[in-house]
Design a protein around this ligand. Structure first.
Ligand code: IPE
Ligand code: IPE
Ligand code: MG
Length: 229
């Protein structure tokens, strides 16, 4: 890999296409999710390697409950196993784990695993890995409105940001979506106002470090103006 001239500080990814990947191979959709976990690890490693400081991954949306009970419970159990198994490696590599979303409807074993993983990895300083579970951008914004009203604080952009789940994260510099869909699907609506977008047709289980680096190269050539000239 050549040196990338300008590495994004915060990369967000909509990891999409697991189901289609599996069906194309004559497998059940859930096998696509299983394959997707391996890719998460590869991209986390790649992020550390290249110096990305924040990586935020969309794992389960507030709308994903519409799927079959079999798929939903498979996913929720997969999160428990994947997080649990990943903790030693995260600690070894100084990666701090963080979660965003509405955790109240999640099963207790998952919530406990998330809490435990946060505590175990809290001193990580190389990368903040944020996983969005039961995350919805609209829900986040409405909840933030309720909280700021209750606080009695002045309502302005600076204060409002403190009530989003992402209060401790910078805005994403780059948002990648796999699987060819060109939509946001309720991800980080408030935070991506000036984020660079990149859509690839690759299905998430086929996504690689090499493609990730190519996308970072592309990002480094973009001119960000933020409304200026
Ligand atoms: C993304 O893959 C993972 C989740 C939404 C949990 P999908 O399961 O949406 O895969 P497709 O889009 O149906 O192929
Ligand atoms: C977005 O993917 C959510 C996640 C990747 C977790 P979906 O597959 O749920 O999005 P739509 O339904 O295609 O918009
Ligand atoms: Mg999908």
């Amino acid at each position: 890999m050549d040196k990338i001239s300008s590495v994004p500080k915060h990369v967000a990814i909509i990891m999409d296409g697991n189901g289609r990947w599996a069906v194309e191979k004559g497998l059940k959709r859930i096998e696509g999710h299983r394959a997707g976990v391996k890719v998460v690890k590869e991209i986390v490693e790649a992020s550390v390697e290249v110096g990305v400081k924040y990586l935020t991954l969309y794992a389960f949306s507030t709308e994903n409950w519409k799927r079959s009970t079999e798929e939903v419970s498979f996913l929720l159990n997969l999160f428990v196993d994947a997080i649990q198994n990943y903790i030693p490696e995260l600690k070894e590599n100084s990666i701090k784990l963080n979660f965003i979303g509405d955790f109240s409807p999640l099963p207790m074993p998952l919530r406990k695993t998330m809490e435990y993983a946060i505590k175990e990895t809290e001193s990580g300083s190389k990368l903040v890995l944020t996983i969005a579970i039961n995350y919805g951008g609209r829900h986040e914004i409405v909840e933030a409105c309720k909280k700021i009203c209750k606080s009695g604080e002045d309502i302005n952009e600076t204060n409002f940001l403190k009530y989003l789940y992402t209060f401790n994260l910078p805005d994403p510099d780059l948002l990648i979506r796999t699987s060819g869909e060109m939509r946001i699907s309720n991800f980080l609506l408030f935070q991506i106002a000036y984020t660079e977008l990149y859509f690839t047709k690759t299905l998430w289980p086929d996504f690689t470090k090499e493609e990730f680096f190519k996308i970072l190269e592309d990002f480094s050539k973009r001119e960000r103006r933020f409304g200026g000239v």
